[in-house]
Design a protein around this ligand. Structure first.
Ligand code: ASP
Ligand code: MG
Length: 402
Protein backbone atom coordinates (compact mmCIF):
# COMPACT_ATOMS: atom_id res chain seq x y z
CA UNK A 1 0.00 0.00 0.00
CA UNK A 2 1.36 3.34 -0.88
CA UNK A 3 0.55 6.69 -2.33
CA UNK A 4 -1.36 6.82 -5.61
CA UNK A 5 -2.02 9.92 -7.67
CA UNK A 6 -4.96 9.58 -10.03
CA UNK A 7 -5.80 12.15 -12.69
CA UNK A 8 -9.14 12.32 -14.48
CA UNK A 9 -9.53 14.35 -17.67
CA UNK A 10 -12.46 16.59 -18.59
CA UNK A 11 -14.42 13.96 -20.52
CA UNK A 12 -14.24 11.62 -17.51
CA UNK A 13 -16.00 14.12 -15.21
CA UNK A 14 -18.35 15.72 -17.75
CA UNK A 15 -21.60 15.10 -15.83
CA UNK A 16 -23.00 13.82 -12.52
CA UNK A 17 -23.07 10.19 -13.63
CA UNK A 18 -19.46 10.34 -14.75
CA UNK A 19 -18.43 12.02 -11.53
CA UNK A 20 -19.91 9.12 -9.57
CA UNK A 21 -18.09 6.70 -11.87
CA UNK A 22 -14.83 8.47 -11.08
CA UNK A 23 -15.67 8.42 -7.36
CA UNK A 24 -15.95 4.65 -7.69
CA UNK A 25 -12.45 4.37 -9.16
CA UNK A 26 -11.06 6.51 -6.36
CA UNK A 27 -12.87 4.48 -3.69
CA UNK A 28 -11.43 1.24 -5.09
CA UNK A 29 -7.90 2.59 -4.68
CA UNK A 30 -8.70 3.93 -1.19
CA UNK A 31 -10.38 0.67 -0.08
CA UNK A 32 -7.26 -1.23 -1.15
CA UNK A 33 -5.42 0.70 1.57
CA UNK A 34 -3.73 3.40 -0.48
CA UNK A 35 -3.33 7.07 0.26
CA UNK A 36 -5.08 8.69 -2.68
CA UNK A 37 -4.49 12.10 -4.22
CA UNK A 38 -6.72 12.98 -7.16
CA UNK A 39 -6.23 15.65 -9.82
CA UNK A 40 -9.11 16.69 -12.05
CA UNK A 41 -9.64 18.81 -15.14
CA UNK A 42 -12.56 21.11 -15.86
CA UNK A 43 -15.75 19.29 -16.92
CA UNK A 44 -16.18 18.57 -20.63
CA UNK A 45 -15.78 21.72 -22.73
CA UNK A 46 -15.82 24.10 -19.77
CA UNK A 47 -12.42 25.65 -20.50
CA UNK A 48 -13.38 26.36 -24.13
CA UNK A 49 -16.70 27.83 -22.97
CA UNK A 50 -14.91 30.12 -20.53
CA UNK A 51 -12.57 31.30 -23.29
CA UNK A 52 -15.63 32.16 -25.40
CA UNK A 53 -17.24 34.00 -22.51
CA UNK A 54 -14.13 36.12 -22.09
CA UNK A 55 -14.11 36.95 -25.81
CA UNK A 56 -17.67 38.31 -25.54
CA UNK A 57 -16.42 40.87 -23.04
CA UNK A 58 -12.93 41.71 -24.20
CA UNK A 59 -11.01 40.57 -27.27
CA UNK A 60 -7.67 41.13 -25.52
CA UNK A 61 -8.09 40.46 -21.82
CA UNK A 62 -4.99 40.44 -19.64
CA UNK A 63 -3.44 37.04 -19.08
CA UNK A 64 -3.78 37.55 -15.35
CA UNK A 65 -7.57 37.85 -15.56
CA UNK A 66 -7.76 34.94 -18.03
CA UNK A 67 -6.10 32.78 -15.41
CA UNK A 68 -8.54 33.94 -12.71
CA UNK A 69 -11.33 32.92 -15.08
CA UNK A 70 -9.97 29.62 -16.45
CA UNK A 71 -8.99 28.29 -13.05
CA UNK A 72 -12.67 28.29 -12.03
CA UNK A 73 -13.35 25.33 -14.33
CA UNK A 74 -11.20 22.98 -12.26
CA UNK A 75 -12.50 24.50 -9.02
CA UNK A 76 -16.02 23.42 -9.95
CA UNK A 77 -14.91 19.84 -10.57
CA UNK A 78 -13.00 19.43 -7.31
CA UNK A 79 -16.02 20.55 -5.29
CA UNK A 80 -18.47 18.33 -7.16
CA UNK A 81 -16.23 15.29 -6.95
CA UNK A 82 -15.63 15.86 -3.24
CA UNK A 83 -19.41 16.08 -2.74
CA UNK A 84 -19.87 12.76 -4.54
CA UNK A 85 -17.33 11.11 -2.24
CA UNK A 86 -18.96 12.73 0.81
CA UNK A 87 -22.27 11.31 -0.32
CA UNK A 88 -20.69 7.85 -0.52
CA UNK A 89 -19.40 8.40 3.03
CA UNK A 90 -15.72 8.70 2.26
CA UNK A 91 -13.48 11.22 4.06
CA UNK A 92 -12.40 13.80 1.50
CA UNK A 93 -11.12 17.34 1.09
CA UNK A 94 -10.78 19.44 -2.06
CA UNK A 95 -7.94 21.90 -2.59
CA UNK A 96 -7.39 24.57 -5.23
CA UNK A 97 -3.89 25.17 -6.60
CA UNK A 98 -3.25 28.04 -4.18
CA UNK A 99 -4.56 26.14 -1.18
CA UNK A 100 -2.28 23.16 -1.83
CA UNK A 101 -0.11 25.24 -2.64
CA UNK A 102 1.43 24.58 -6.04
CA UNK A 103 3.99 27.35 -6.55
CA UNK A 104 4.67 28.50 -10.09
CA UNK A 105 6.71 31.12 -11.88
CA UNK A 106 5.15 34.41 -13.02
CA UNK A 107 4.14 33.45 -16.56
CA UNK A 108 0.35 33.78 -16.65
CA UNK A 109 -1.29 31.36 -19.06
CA UNK A 110 1.79 29.16 -19.42
CA UNK A 111 3.21 28.96 -15.91
CA UNK A 112 5.75 26.39 -14.88
CA UNK A 113 5.53 24.61 -11.57
CA UNK A 114 8.47 25.49 -9.35
CA UNK A 115 7.55 23.71 -6.15
CA UNK A 116 4.74 21.71 -4.61
CA UNK A 117 4.44 22.32 -0.87
CA UNK A 118 3.52 18.96 0.61
CA UNK A 119 2.75 19.87 4.25
CA UNK A 120 -0.98 20.31 3.79
CA UNK A 121 -1.21 17.31 1.46
CA UNK A 122 0.54 14.93 3.83
CA UNK A 123 -1.44 16.24 6.80
CA UNK A 124 -4.68 15.51 5.01
CA UNK A 125 -3.49 12.08 3.90
CA UNK A 126 -2.39 11.31 7.46
CA UNK A 127 -5.92 12.06 8.60
CA UNK A 128 -7.07 9.34 6.23
CA UNK A 129 -8.65 11.74 3.75
CA UNK A 130 -8.80 11.49 -0.01
CA UNK A 131 -7.37 14.74 -1.37
CA UNK A 132 -8.83 16.21 -4.55
CA UNK A 133 -6.60 18.85 -6.15
CA UNK A 134 -7.56 21.22 -8.97
CA UNK A 135 -5.43 20.55 -12.05
CA UNK A 136 -3.86 23.09 -14.40
CA UNK A 137 -3.45 25.85 -11.79
CA UNK A 138 -1.04 27.22 -9.25
CA UNK A 139 -0.06 30.35 -7.43
CA UNK A 140 2.85 32.68 -8.14
CA UNK A 141 5.17 34.73 -5.94
CA UNK A 142 2.70 37.62 -5.67
CA UNK A 143 -0.16 35.29 -4.71
CA UNK A 144 -1.89 35.48 -8.08
CA UNK A 145 -3.55 32.48 -9.63
CA UNK A 146 -1.69 31.12 -12.66
CA UNK A 147 -2.53 28.38 -15.15
CA UNK A 148 -0.16 25.94 -16.79
CA UNK A 149 -1.33 26.03 -20.42
CA UNK A 150 -3.92 23.86 -22.15
CA UNK A 151 -3.86 20.23 -21.10
CA UNK A 152 -1.86 21.17 -18.00
CA UNK A 153 -3.70 18.95 -15.53
CA UNK A 154 -1.50 16.01 -16.54
CA UNK A 155 1.47 18.06 -15.43
CA UNK A 156 -0.18 18.89 -12.10
CA UNK A 157 -0.67 15.17 -11.47
CA UNK A 158 2.94 14.29 -12.27
CA UNK A 159 4.23 17.18 -10.14
CA UNK A 160 2.20 15.96 -7.16
CA UNK A 161 3.36 12.38 -7.71
CA UNK A 162 6.98 13.54 -7.81
CA UNK A 163 6.66 15.73 -4.71
CA UNK A 164 4.90 13.02 -2.69
CA UNK A 165 7.16 10.23 -4.01
CA UNK A 166 4.01 8.43 -5.07
CA UNK A 167 4.22 4.82 -6.21
CA UNK A 168 2.34 5.50 -9.39
CA UNK A 169 0.59 8.28 -11.26
CA UNK A 170 -2.46 7.03 -13.11
CA UNK A 171 -3.80 9.18 -15.94
CA UNK A 172 -7.44 8.24 -16.56
CA UNK A 173 -8.91 9.34 -19.84
CA UNK A 174 -11.47 8.45 -22.50
CA UNK A 175 -9.02 6.25 -24.39
CA UNK A 176 -7.70 3.12 -22.72
CA UNK A 177 -4.03 3.60 -23.44
CA UNK A 178 -1.41 4.65 -25.95
CA UNK A 179 -1.84 3.06 -29.38
CA UNK A 180 0.57 2.30 -32.19
CA UNK A 181 -1.47 4.70 -34.28
CA UNK A 182 -4.61 6.81 -34.14
CA UNK A 183 -7.37 4.13 -34.20
CA UNK A 184 -9.55 6.51 -36.22
CA UNK A 185 -7.06 6.15 -39.09
CA UNK A 186 -6.00 2.55 -38.52
CA UNK A 187 -8.81 0.60 -36.86
CA UNK A 188 -6.56 -2.33 -35.97
CA UNK A 189 -3.96 -0.17 -34.20
CA UNK A 190 -2.60 -1.98 -31.18
CA UNK A 191 -2.54 -0.82 -27.62
CA UNK A 192 0.99 -0.71 -26.21
CA UNK A 193 1.71 -2.38 -22.89
CA UNK A 194 4.45 0.11 -22.25
CA UNK A 195 6.43 2.89 -23.83
CA UNK A 196 9.55 4.76 -22.75
CA UNK A 197 9.53 8.40 -21.72
CA UNK A 198 11.60 9.34 -24.75
CA UNK A 199 9.32 7.53 -27.16
CA UNK A 200 6.28 9.08 -25.51
CA UNK A 201 7.84 12.53 -25.79
CA UNK A 202 8.42 12.07 -29.50
CA UNK A 203 4.88 10.82 -30.00
CA UNK A 204 3.37 13.58 -27.87
CA UNK A 205 5.13 16.29 -29.85
CA UNK A 206 4.08 14.59 -33.08
CA UNK A 207 0.46 15.11 -32.21
CA UNK A 208 -0.46 11.84 -30.53
CA UNK A 209 -2.36 13.96 -28.04
CA UNK A 210 -2.61 11.56 -25.13
CA UNK A 211 -0.41 13.24 -22.56
CA UNK A 212 0.68 16.83 -22.06
CA UNK A 213 4.28 17.06 -23.26
CA UNK A 214 5.58 18.74 -20.14
CA UNK A 215 4.04 16.04 -17.94
CA UNK A 216 6.14 13.41 -19.70
CA UNK A 217 9.27 15.55 -19.41
CA UNK A 218 8.65 15.93 -15.71
CA UNK A 219 7.89 12.22 -15.24
CA UNK A 220 11.20 11.42 -16.92
CA UNK A 221 13.12 13.89 -14.80
CA UNK A 222 11.71 12.67 -11.49
CA UNK A 223 11.30 8.99 -12.43
CA UNK A 224 7.54 8.97 -11.94
CA UNK A 225 5.88 5.79 -13.20
CA UNK A 226 2.91 6.79 -15.30
CA UNK A 227 0.03 4.70 -16.51
CA UNK A 228 -2.53 5.86 -19.08
CA UNK A 229 -5.85 4.09 -18.42
CA UNK A 230 -9.53 4.17 -19.28
CA UNK A 231 -11.87 5.88 -16.83
CA UNK A 232 -14.69 3.64 -17.92
CA UNK A 233 -13.26 0.15 -18.45
CA UNK A 234 -11.33 -1.67 -15.77
CA UNK A 235 -8.51 -2.97 -17.95
CA UNK A 236 -4.76 -2.52 -18.06
CA UNK A 237 -3.60 0.64 -19.80
CA UNK A 238 -0.18 1.68 -21.10
CA UNK A 239 2.76 2.19 -18.77
CA UNK A 240 5.14 5.06 -19.48
CA UNK A 241 8.50 4.47 -17.85
CA UNK A 242 12.27 4.13 -18.34
CA UNK A 243 13.47 2.20 -21.35
CA UNK A 244 12.80 -1.45 -20.48
CA UNK A 245 10.07 -3.08 -22.46
CA UNK A 246 8.43 -6.47 -22.55
CA UNK A 247 7.26 -6.10 -26.13
CA UNK A 248 9.86 -6.49 -28.82
CA UNK A 249 8.64 -4.01 -31.38
CA UNK A 250 10.76 -2.38 -34.05
CA UNK A 251 8.75 0.78 -33.71
CA UNK A 252 6.21 1.94 -31.13
CA UNK A 253 4.03 4.12 -33.22
CA UNK A 254 3.14 5.94 -36.40
CA UNK A 255 2.02 9.53 -36.03
CA UNK A 256 0.68 12.16 -38.36
CA UNK A 257 0.90 15.90 -37.98
CA UNK A 258 -1.10 18.11 -40.34
CA UNK A 259 -0.07 21.40 -38.80
CA UNK A 260 2.85 21.78 -41.15
CA UNK A 261 3.71 24.35 -43.80
CA UNK A 262 6.80 24.27 -46.00
CA UNK A 263 8.70 27.35 -47.04
CA UNK A 264 11.51 27.32 -49.60
CA UNK A 265 13.99 30.13 -50.06
CA UNK A 266 15.33 29.82 -53.57
CA UNK A 267 18.67 30.89 -55.00
CA UNK A 268 20.37 31.81 -51.75
CA UNK A 269 24.03 32.91 -52.13
CA UNK A 270 26.24 29.90 -51.46
CA UNK A 271 28.41 31.71 -48.93
CA UNK A 272 28.92 31.18 -45.18
CA UNK A 273 26.44 32.78 -42.79
CA UNK A 274 23.30 32.70 -44.93
CA UNK A 275 21.55 29.94 -42.99
CA UNK A 276 22.55 31.61 -39.77
CA UNK A 277 21.05 34.95 -40.82
CA UNK A 278 17.89 33.36 -42.07
CA UNK A 279 17.11 31.31 -38.99
CA UNK A 280 18.20 34.08 -36.63
CA UNK A 281 15.57 36.32 -38.21
CA UNK A 282 12.91 33.67 -37.61
CA UNK A 283 14.08 32.91 -34.08
CA UNK A 284 13.86 36.59 -33.19
CA UNK A 285 10.15 36.46 -33.99
CA UNK A 286 9.74 33.23 -32.00
CA UNK A 287 8.98 31.21 -35.08
CA UNK A 288 9.64 27.54 -34.48
CA UNK A 289 11.35 25.80 -37.34
CA UNK A 290 11.12 22.04 -37.66
CA UNK A 291 12.51 20.07 -40.62
CA UNK A 292 15.28 21.85 -42.53
CA UNK A 293 16.70 20.86 -45.90
CA UNK A 294 19.48 22.54 -47.87
CA UNK A 295 20.00 21.61 -51.48
CA UNK A 296 23.41 21.02 -53.00
CA UNK A 297 24.77 24.30 -54.32
CA UNK A 298 24.61 25.00 -58.05
CA UNK A 299 26.04 28.02 -59.83
CA UNK A 300 26.97 29.50 -56.47
CA UNK A 301 23.46 29.39 -55.14
CA UNK A 302 21.49 26.96 -53.00
CA UNK A 303 17.89 26.48 -51.87
CA UNK A 304 16.94 26.19 -48.23
CA UNK A 305 13.55 24.73 -47.31
CA UNK A 306 12.09 24.29 -43.88
CA UNK A 307 8.79 23.73 -42.13
CA UNK A 308 6.86 25.77 -39.60
CA UNK A 309 3.40 25.41 -38.11
CA UNK A 310 0.68 26.71 -40.43
CA UNK A 311 -0.23 29.57 -38.14
CA UNK A 312 3.32 30.93 -38.38
CA UNK A 313 3.75 30.58 -42.13
CA UNK A 314 2.58 34.05 -43.17
CA UNK A 315 4.75 35.78 -40.64
CA UNK A 316 7.80 33.75 -41.66
CA UNK A 317 7.27 34.56 -45.33
CA UNK A 318 6.86 38.24 -44.51
CA UNK A 319 10.12 38.48 -42.59
CA UNK A 320 12.08 36.58 -45.21
CA UNK A 321 10.61 38.59 -48.07
CA UNK A 322 11.64 41.80 -46.32
CA UNK A 323 15.18 40.42 -46.10
CA UNK A 324 15.41 38.77 -49.49
CA UNK A 325 18.23 41.02 -50.64
CA UNK A 326 20.27 40.62 -47.50
CA UNK A 327 20.01 36.82 -47.88
CA UNK A 328 21.00 37.10 -51.49
CA UNK A 329 17.96 35.00 -52.45
CA UNK A 330 15.80 35.24 -55.54
CA UNK A 331 12.36 34.10 -54.36
CA UNK A 332 10.30 32.37 -51.71
CA UNK A 333 7.79 29.62 -52.35
CA UNK A 334 5.47 27.94 -49.89
CA UNK A 335 3.15 24.99 -49.56
CA UNK A 336 0.52 24.49 -46.92
CA UNK A 337 -0.91 21.24 -48.13
CA UNK A 338 1.64 18.92 -46.65
CA UNK A 339 1.76 16.60 -43.64
CA UNK A 340 4.46 15.09 -41.54
CA UNK A 341 4.26 11.35 -40.98
CA UNK A 342 6.65 9.81 -38.47
CA UNK A 343 7.65 6.53 -36.95
CA UNK A 344 9.00 6.40 -33.41
CA UNK A 345 10.74 3.67 -31.50
CA UNK A 346 13.98 2.99 -29.69
CA UNK A 347 14.07 -0.36 -31.54
CA UNK A 348 15.60 1.50 -34.49
CA UNK A 349 18.75 2.17 -32.47
CA UNK A 350 19.76 -1.46 -32.76
CA UNK A 351 18.01 -2.43 -35.97
CA UNK A 352 19.33 -1.05 -39.23
CA UNK A 353 16.87 -0.84 -42.07
CA UNK A 354 13.94 0.63 -40.18
CA UNK A 355 13.93 3.78 -42.30
CA UNK A 356 14.24 1.71 -45.49
CA UNK A 357 11.21 -0.28 -44.43
CA UNK A 358 9.21 2.90 -43.96
CA UNK A 359 10.28 4.22 -47.37
CA UNK A 360 9.40 0.89 -48.97
CA UNK A 361 5.89 1.13 -47.55
CA UNK A 362 5.54 4.58 -49.09
CA UNK A 363 6.94 3.39 -52.41
CA UNK A 364 4.50 0.47 -52.49
CA UNK A 365 1.67 2.94 -51.90
CA UNK A 366 3.05 5.21 -54.62
CA UNK A 367 3.54 8.13 -52.27
CA UNK A 368 6.24 10.67 -52.99
CA UNK A 369 8.50 11.88 -50.18
CA UNK A 370 9.26 15.62 -50.17
CA UNK A 371 11.63 15.85 -47.23
CA UNK A 372 13.09 13.48 -44.65
CA UNK A 373 14.38 14.08 -41.17
CA UNK A 374 15.63 11.69 -38.56
CA UNK A 375 16.64 11.54 -34.91
CA UNK A 376 17.94 8.59 -32.92
CA UNK A 377 14.47 7.19 -32.34
CA UNK A 378 12.39 8.86 -35.04
CA UNK A 379 12.09 9.08 -38.80
CA UNK A 380 9.80 11.74 -40.28
CA UNK A 381 8.79 12.33 -43.86
CA UNK A 382 6.93 15.22 -45.41
CA UNK A 383 4.36 14.23 -47.98
CA UNK A 384 1.26 15.70 -49.65
CA UNK A 385 -1.51 16.21 -47.14
CA UNK A 386 -4.10 14.26 -49.12
CA UNK A 387 -1.80 11.22 -49.01
CA UNK A 388 -1.25 11.33 -45.25
CA UNK A 389 -3.88 8.83 -44.14
CA UNK A 390 -2.94 6.37 -46.85
CA UNK A 391 0.70 6.75 -45.82
CA UNK A 392 -0.02 6.11 -42.16
CA UNK A 393 -2.02 3.00 -43.04
CA UNK A 394 0.66 1.68 -45.38
CA UNK A 395 3.45 2.23 -42.87
CA UNK A 396 1.45 0.76 -40.00
CA UNK A 397 0.66 -2.34 -42.08
CA UNK A 398 4.30 -2.74 -43.01
CA UNK A 399 5.53 -2.72 -39.44
CA UNK A 400 2.71 -4.40 -37.62
CA UNK A 401 1.32 -6.89 -40.14
CA UNK A 402 4.21 -8.19 -42.26
N1 ASP B 1 -8.97 22.37 -18.42
C1 ASP B 1 -7.71 22.64 -19.04
C2 ASP B 1 -7.83 22.48 -20.54
O1 ASP B 1 -8.90 22.22 -21.05
C3 ASP B 1 -6.61 21.80 -18.48
C4 ASP B 1 -6.75 20.31 -18.71
O2 ASP B 1 -7.81 19.82 -19.06
O3 ASP B 1 -5.78 19.61 -18.51
O4 ASP B 1 -6.88 22.65 -21.24
MG1 MG C 1 -5.78 16.14 -21.55
Amino acid sequence: MGIIVQKFGGSSVANAEKIFNVAGRIQDAYDAGNSVVVVVSAQGDTTDDLIEKAAEINAKPSKREMDVLLSTGEQITIALLAMALEKNKYPVVSLTGWQTPIKTNMVYGAARIEKVETTRLTNELDKGRIVIVAGFQGVNAVNDITTLGRGGSDTTAVALAAALHADVCEIYTDVDGVYTCDPRIVPDARKLKDISYDEMLELASLGANVLHNRSVEMAKKYHVDLEVKSSFQKIAGTKVKEASSVEKLLIRGVARDNDVARIAVIGVDDTPGKAYRMFALLAKKNINVDVILQSIGRENTKDISFTVSRSQMEEAIKILTENLEMLGATKITHDEKISKVSIVGSGMLSNPGVAAKMFEALYDANINIRMISTSEIKVSVLIDEDMAEKAVQAIHNKFFKD
